[in-house]
Design a protein around this ligand. Structure first.
Ligand code: EPU
Length: 426
């Protein structure tokens, strides 16, 4: 298990290109299971989650050819195996997004029920409710979801839940509905840019979808879908993380391949606390020249503030001037970073799903433990701002969602070394 040794206190400066979005690529790759013919995807990031998805798709009879430049070619050549095994699903919860495509195309899917994870329970009841509304019969057997349908029939489906809309639930139901008979209307659909990107890919495959990006998506079923080419959108969470990296180090970083229109809530908060965010040709510059101010943040479904940037902003606000408040409305338990940031000297007080942050002037380096993907990113950010040395252990979490993050941050002036860590040291 690798760890990062971070020498804090350097300002980040320079230019970095944002990679294609992990959370867009995963459901898009799954949607290739719907196509008769090859699909070519550009800008698929090199991440362990993507690697798991490629392994899963190979098991499901898809040939997968990946080029070093981020081009991935997918083509289904054998539809016999429709079983996503627990061994693969437990490594990556997002494997659930093969459920809708398998069911619609092969009339049968067996997908291991994803368990909870470090950020909470993460049920899939709404995915199943949506597929049942389309006519699927769903059973549970040996920890697997078994979905069957001789044919799917379009209908009106409400996909809202106690925590708002569901991103992968919308992806599953929308993908399945493309091959259903008649018209499906999804109400309370997720509006995230990743859902829009998936819809655009499905449309390129011949699907008839309108309203994507709004809470009401309409899908007119078609008989079949063909292969298509698609460029994956830039990763808004990677971009947001680099924005915080620039702000927390009082740096000046230019991001290429960034969509600020996907980052309105985060950009608004950065500007509110004193960070300069300037849009320019195909990119944006993020700079900070003074101590930042406190603010309050509540995570919400898009276009609200993204839960996937909550931990990174907590790191940033822990050195802002004054008291900030962060409330988590998507995953009320997504606070494993609180105890670790406190080890670096952050003054954090958690009350239920709210954390009050009393900004300190400086964080002090210490050994800390990564717990999930975004919490790990927050610890790296805090470590770059801290005085002295911070060791972030178990960085395999960060490798799931950020490609070579230490090298990319080092190219901007950070001082991060990856060390292979023995069990004894843990
Ligand atoms: N929910 C239910 N029932 C369901 C589905 C969701 O109650 O059937 C609840 C969840 O427990 C949560 C809320 O609804 O409280 C929203 O969950 P959602 O389904 O939208 O999450 P997801 O689709 O499983 C994706 C991202 C997450 C991101 C969330 C929210 C991917 C692969 N994952 O998950 O990304 O946090 O949307 O925006 O797209 C990450 O990248 O670090 C990450 C966790």
């Amino acid at each position: 298990m690798d760890s990062f040794v971070i020498e804090g206190g350097t300002r980040l400066r320079g230019t970095i290109r944002i990679n294609g979005s992990k959370n867009a690529a995963l459901p898009i790759m799954s949607a290739a299971l719907l196509a008769n013919g090859p699909c070519n995807l550009q800008d698929v990031p090199t991440l362990s989650d993507i690697q798991h998805q490629m392994t899963l798709l190979r098991e499901l009879g898809c040939t997968v050819d990946r080029q070093p430049d981020g081009h991935v070619k997918l083509e289904v050549t054998d539809e016999k195996n429709s079983h996503a095994r627990y061994d693969l699903v437990r490594k990556m919860r997002a494997s659930i997004c093969v459920l809708g495509p398998l069911l619609a195309k092969r009339k049968y899917a067996r997908v291991s029920m994803p368990g909870g994870c470090a950020i909470g329970d993460r049920p899939v009841d709404i995915h199943l409710r949506g597929l049942e509304a389309l006519g699927a019969v769903i059973d549970l057997d040996g920890g697997d979801i078994i979905a069957r349908a001789d044919k799917l029939v379009g209908t009106e489906i409400f996909l809202g839940g106690n925590f708002g809309s569901t991103v992968l639930g919308t992806a599953n139901v929308m993908s399945a509905a493309t091959l259903a008979q008649g018209t499906t209307i999804i109400e309370s659909a997720a509006c995230e840019p990743e859902v829009v990107d998936l819809a655009n890919f499905l449309i390129a495959m011949g699907a008839k979808i309108t309203g994507h990006g709004s809470p009401r998506i309409t899908i007119e079923g078609v008989k079949e879908l063909h292969g298509a080419n698609h460029q994956v959108i830039p990763d808004r969470i990677e971009a947001g993380t680099f924005m915080v990296a620039s702000a927390i180090t009082n740096g000046e970083v230019h991001l290429q391949n960034v969509r600020l229109d996907h980052l309105m809530a985060a950009t608004d908060k950065l500007r509110a606390i004193g960070v300069i965010v300037e849009k320019d040709n195909g990119g944006a510059t993020i700079a900070s020249i003074r101590r930042l101010e406190a603010t309050s943040i509540t995570t919400q479904p898009h276009p609200g503030f993204p839960t996937d940037l909550q931990a990174q902003f907590m790191a940033l606000l822990s050195i802002a001037d004054g008291n900030s408040v962060i409330t988590e409305k998507i995953y009320p338990d997504r606070f494993l970073h609180v105890a670790e940031l406190s080890r670096l000297g952050a003054q954090l007080h958690k009350e239920g799903s709210t954390v009050i942050i009393h900004g300190v002037k400086r964080l002090i380096g210490a050994p800390v433990m990564a717990s999930d993907l975004r919490a790990s990113a927050a610890l790296v950010l805090a470590g770059m701002a801290a005085k002295g040395t911070t060791t972030v252990m178990r960085v395999y979490h960060i490798d799931r969602g950020y490609e070579k993050i230490e090298l990319r941050l080092n190219s901007l002036g950070a001082n991060i070394t990856r060390k292979a860590q023995t069990e004894l040291e843990l």
